[in-house]
Design a protein around this ligand. Structure first.
Ligand code: NAD
Ligand code: DAU
Length: 370
């Protein structure tokens, strides 16, 4: 089995759902450790209720005793580490939680993983992996004509969020070089897709437009991000976990640079097509507001290494991915309402109590999940 951290968040929940749906991996159970912060939502995993392949554990990655217990009890062959504070604007208003989870939490996991790994018999020790999910933001901001970020680009983080992720990347690197822990790191560009919390650009624009609220574009809106459909990020992580070279980092991206203002217009045009507003085009709600402090101007990922070494490529173009995304938000108004009201928190302990965890039989074996 594998231990996933942050598997109730946006990317983590897509990863868990896709892992268990994929013929190549779906037989392999997932233990999902998540603190259920404002960004964690068990509704994302509702289709897994009663699935013996999925064990949800409500807990914090900084809790060393809990992580030790999970590793001893479940003996995962890999840890896939998503758990983080992930929103740049929140990191500007309150950086402390970013240091606690992203730095201290990653440190705690690395130390627990190292102790666990050191005690494994040789074949399991050889096979064990710690996969750290990180971001392109650690590389800083690109000039308009600069080449895209390769894995060798210097680290130049500019926000408290990206600095905390850069620190965690460095810890992961050091635990490999110093202790030999078999790590892999992925640095991905901006994701979009189902279950994206509506504080981030694309889901915020969709839900605000539908509610007739302003669409706040920071500064001139000409900042560039490199967008990747979330399920392509998840397939990239699965490829790195399966075939990545130990100690290596892999950039993951969709070759899809776009200015924020163009993204917002694209979302509005899709809404005009799929759910027209009799009062006029949704773009009439676009409002330029004060810029984000220290706002990075441009990110772009050079994804040639993962393509060349692991044969990974995104399945979606931006056109197909953004259409699926807008349609998903139109089809899942209840999810949006619950997230906005905070009501989804009432799901804790209803859908997944501790009793949902498959338990070992008298021989110590766990029931086969498929
Ligand atoms: P998210 O904010 O949607 O989800 C984070 C999850 O981590 C939540 O379920 C939350 O409850 C959990 N969590 C937070 N603190 C925790 C703690 N102390 N202990 C246990 N669980 C905790 O984030 P996301 O957008 O899904 O990002 C997941 C990972 O991918 C992060 O590491 C992020 O840096 C990275 N990443 C995100 C993007 C993106 O575009 N969203 C791009 C590249 C990399
Ligand atoms: O590049 C990967 C990163 O992408 C991840 O590591 C982060 O976890 C993820 O949140 C994302 O960071 P960004 O800051 O790029 O994403 P966000 O959706 O917050 O903003 C995207 C761009 O849109 C950015 O240039 C800021 C701008 N923006 C954002 C919001 C929320 C606006 O103009 N208006 C807004 O209201």
């Amino acid at each position: 089995m594998i231990l996933v951290t942050g598997g109730a968040g946006f990317i983590g929940s897509n990863f868990v759902l896709d892992w268990l749906a994929d013929a190549a991996t779906g037989h392999e159970p997932v233990v999902n450790l998540d603190a259920l912060t404002y960004a964690g939502n068990l509704r994302n995993l509702a289709t897994l209720a009663g699935d013996a392949c999925h064990t949800f554990v409500h807990g914090d990655i900084t809790d060393r005793a809990l992580v030790d217990r999970l590793l001893a009890e479940h003996r995962p062959r890999a840890i896939v580490h998503f758990a983080a504070e992930s929103h740049v604007d929140r990191s500007i208003h309150g950086p402390g939680e970013f240091i606690r989870t992203n730095v201290q939490g990653t440190f705690t996991l690395l130390e627990a993983a190292r102790a666990h790994w050191a005690g494994l018999p040789a074949p399991e020790r050889e096979a064990f992996r710690f996969l750290h999910v990180s971001t392109d933001e650690v590389y800083g901001s690109l000039g308009p004509d600069a080449p895209a970020f390769t894995e060798d680009h210097p680290y130049e983080p500019n926000s408290p969020y990206s600095a905390s992720k850069a620190a965690s990347d460095h810890l992961v690197r050091a635990w490999h070089h110093t202790y030999g822990l078999p790590v892999l790191t992925t640095n991905c560009s901006n994701n979009y897709g189902p279950y994206h919390f509506p504080e981030k650009l694309i889901p915020l624009m969709i839900v605000n437009a539908l509610a007739g609220k302003p669409l706040p574009v920071y500064g001139d809106g000409r900042q560039i991000r490199d967008w990747l459909y979330v399920k392509d990020h998840c397939s990239g992580i699965r490829a790195v976990l399966a075939r990545g070279r130990v100690g290596q980092t892999y950039n993951i991206g969709g070759w899809n640079e776009q200015a924020n203002i163009d993204i917002v217009h694209r979302v509005c045009a899709l809404l005009d097509e799929l759910k027209p507003d009799a009062a006029g085009p949704y773009a009439r709600h676009i409002t330029h507001v004060a810029d984000r402090p220290g706002h990075d101007r441009r990110y772009a990922i050079d994804a040639r290494k993962i393509e060349r070494e692991l044969g990974w490529r995104p399945a979606e173009t931006f056109d197909t991915g953004i259409r699926k995304t807008v349609q998903w938000y139109l089809d899942n108004g209840d999810w949006v309402s619950e997230v906005q009201s905070g009501a989804y928190k009432a799901w804790i302990g209803i859908q997944y109590g501790p009793s949902a965890a498959p338990s070992a039989d008298a021989s110590g074996r766990r029931p086969s999940c498929r």
